[in-house]
Write a protein of this length. Structure first.
Length: 231
């Protein structure tokens, strides 16, 4: 096999190694974290926070209603218990009780609304808990397959790396040095020559260079510097 063909083969191995590493990293990330479950957990924290706020508001309103109810009871006892005889004081007590009752009525309405909000928040949180449990179960099942895929991918990657090392040793440091420099600077080091043109820069390759590439020697495009390969 010619030098150009071996370099072309090395490039194909490198590209496959890159792709296998990308796939392996994706598998590892999926084994460590489920995107769907993480999203559900984030949403649950927000829902849980809303639920806690709703419960706190409900408790405060329950306390307010109890306090106002007790105050109405106290005022009612003073107003009708016979301990107050002064007409002005009785009128003042009546006015105060009317005001407290109005306040109590508003608080009772707010409490009913808060109870509805808290109940809805609890229903949402419960539904999301069930969804998270389902997602955890699905993720546990998925991880079994992912673990097998990881083993297969690691094995394939190891074989590719062995083949890559063997190819580089066969080519030698001088040739691989040229190849590595082109990979770093151009991205693609080896390109085809089609209809007399370099596929890297699409410029015409001189006949002498084309013949050299066709003979399998290390020939580089005079324009872009990439290694030329002719099938």
């Amino acid at each position: 096999m010619s030098v150009a063909s071996r370099l072309h083969q090395l490039q194909a191995i490198d590209l496959e190694v890159k792709e296998k590493r990308r796939l392996l990293l994706d598998i590892i990330n999926r084994l460590e974290r489920s995107e769907a479950l993480s999203a559900a957990e984030t949403e649950f924290k927000a829902r849980e926070s809303s639920l806690n706020i709703a419960r706190s508001s409900q408790r405060q309103l329950e306390y307010d209603v109890d306090s106002l109810t007790a105050k109405v009871r106290d005022l009612n006892g003073r107003l009708y218990g016979g301990s107050v005889h002064n007409p002005k004081e009785l009128i003042s007590l009546q006015q105060e009780m009317d005001g407290v009752k109005q306040h109590l009525s508003r608080k009772e309405e707010e409490l009913l609304e808060a109870m509805g909000v808290a109940e809805a928040a609890e229903v949402d949180a419960a539904a999301l808990r069930g969804r998270m449990a389902q997602l955890r179960q699905e993720w546990d099942q998925e991880k079994v397959g992912l673990s097998a895929d990881r083993t297969t991918m690691e094995s394939a990657l190891a074989k590719l790396l062995e083949a890559r090392q063997a190819a580089r040793l066969e080519l030698g440091n001088e040739v691989t040095g040229v190849y590595d420099h082109l990979v770093q600077t151009k991205g693609v080091a080896v390109v085809q020559v089609e209809q007399g043109r370099c596929k890297g820069c699409n410029l015409t390759v001189p006949t002498g260079v084309w013949q050299k590439a066709r003979a399998g020697e290390l020939a580089q495009c005079g324009s872009c510097g990439r290694i030329l390969h002719v099938d």
